[in-house]
Design a protein around this ligand. Structure first.
Ligand SMILES: Cc1cc2nc3c(=O)[nH]c(=O)nc-3n(C[C@H](O)[C@H](O)[C@H](O)COP(=O)(O)OP(=O)(O)OC[C@H]3O[C@@H](n4cnc5c(N)ncnc54)[C@H](O)[C@@H]3O)c2cc1C
Length: 261
């Protein structure tokens, strides 16, 4: 789904879901939000996710299990199972899952990620950039979904609207530095945010969870307090805060984001 027409078509399908059984393949941001809309419309949703810890790479080990609990409470969640095959059976479809089970549904929605369209650049997996967002050869710069920063063995990506804008700005400052003698902007650090809103719960985050870093409970007060709220702080190997994530703690995430180095 990339165009407005595609978004309209998907939205128009939601009221028709009442009383139907729908498989949503992918238990990440898009899959969870779609599942929430279909459940609200009266559908029975089978939510299939490859990991038993959904979005743990972005949200950490405290919030991911809470997301999984919510998904299990509101859908027929099959977490830790991959789809092996989808077979049409008349007007319905049959999914074969890696745990050996089969699921019969009226419709299947695929929400299992997006890939960069960068084959034309000789980089089908995305354009590798350094921490200033310079590409592999002189004169190349990349930002947004097309780019990834190689850090050790990890690929650092923040595939969100605000991150794409912030990276474009940072790449432009690097270009001014490289060609016009402007100030070195320094390494790009994500401080932008994203939100997952589903089943009456809001998961909000700023910055990012570094794959080689650590996480801990943030010491910031959660205001307004909620018994189920969680606030997690991510740090890099040196202990500098790289990101904040909150489960039903949106305002606290915004305040705590000032700690991101
Ligand atoms: C279904 C869906 C829902 C999303 N929801 C959210 C959300 O709620 N919040 C959020 O923060 N992010 C969301 N995202 C992620 C967000 O859309 C991306 O992170 C963001 O669009 C990246 O911006 P970009 O400019 O790097 O790439 P894009 O927005 O993908 O723009 C790339 C543009 O380049 C064009 N292009 C591609 N190849 C060529 C070429 N060879 N020559 C010329 N032009 C080319 C494309 O047509 C496109 O217009 C969502 C993504 C998807 C797919």
């Amino acid at each position: 789904m990339h165009t407005a027409d595609e978004a309209d078509a998907l939205r128009d399908s939601i009221p028709q879901a009442d009383g139907r059984r729908i498989a949503v393949v992918g238990a990440g941001f898009i899959g969870t939000e779609l599942a929430s809309h279909y459940v609200a419309a009266g559908a029975e949703v089978v939510l299939v996710g490859r990991s038993s810890m959904p979005l743990v790479g972005a949200l950490g080990a405290e919030i991911s299990p809470r997301l999984a609990t919510m998904q299990r409470a509101r859908t027929d969640a099959r977490l830790g199972a991959a789809v092996r095959a989808i077979t049409p059976t008349g007007a319905r479809a049959r999914l074969a899952l890696s745990d050996g089970s089969f699921v019969e549904v009226d419709a299947v929605i695929l929400a299992h990620g997006a890939g960069p369209a960068t084959s034309w650049a000789g980089a089908p997996d995305g354009i590798r950039v350094d921490d200033r967002l310079r590409g592999p050869e002189g004169g190349w710069y990349a930002a947004g979904s097309a780019a990834y920063i190689a850090s050790g063995g990890a690929r650092l990506t923040t595939d969100h609207w605000d991150a794409a804008v912030a990276q474009g700005r940072h790449a432009a400052r690097t270009i001014l530095h490289d060609f016009m003698g402007g100030e070195d902007p320094g390494p790009y650090r994500s401080t932008t945010g994203f939100i997952l809103s589903a089943f009456g719960t809001t998961i909000a985050a700023r910055g990012m969870r570094h794959p080689d870093g650590s996480e801990r409970a943030a010491s910031w007060p959660i205001d307004p307090p909620r018994p189920d709220a969680v606030l997690t702080e991510f740090a890099d190997a040196d202990g500098a805060v790289t990101g904040i994530a909150g489960f039903n703690a949106g305002p606290a995430v915004v305040r705590a984001a000032s700690a991101i180095a």
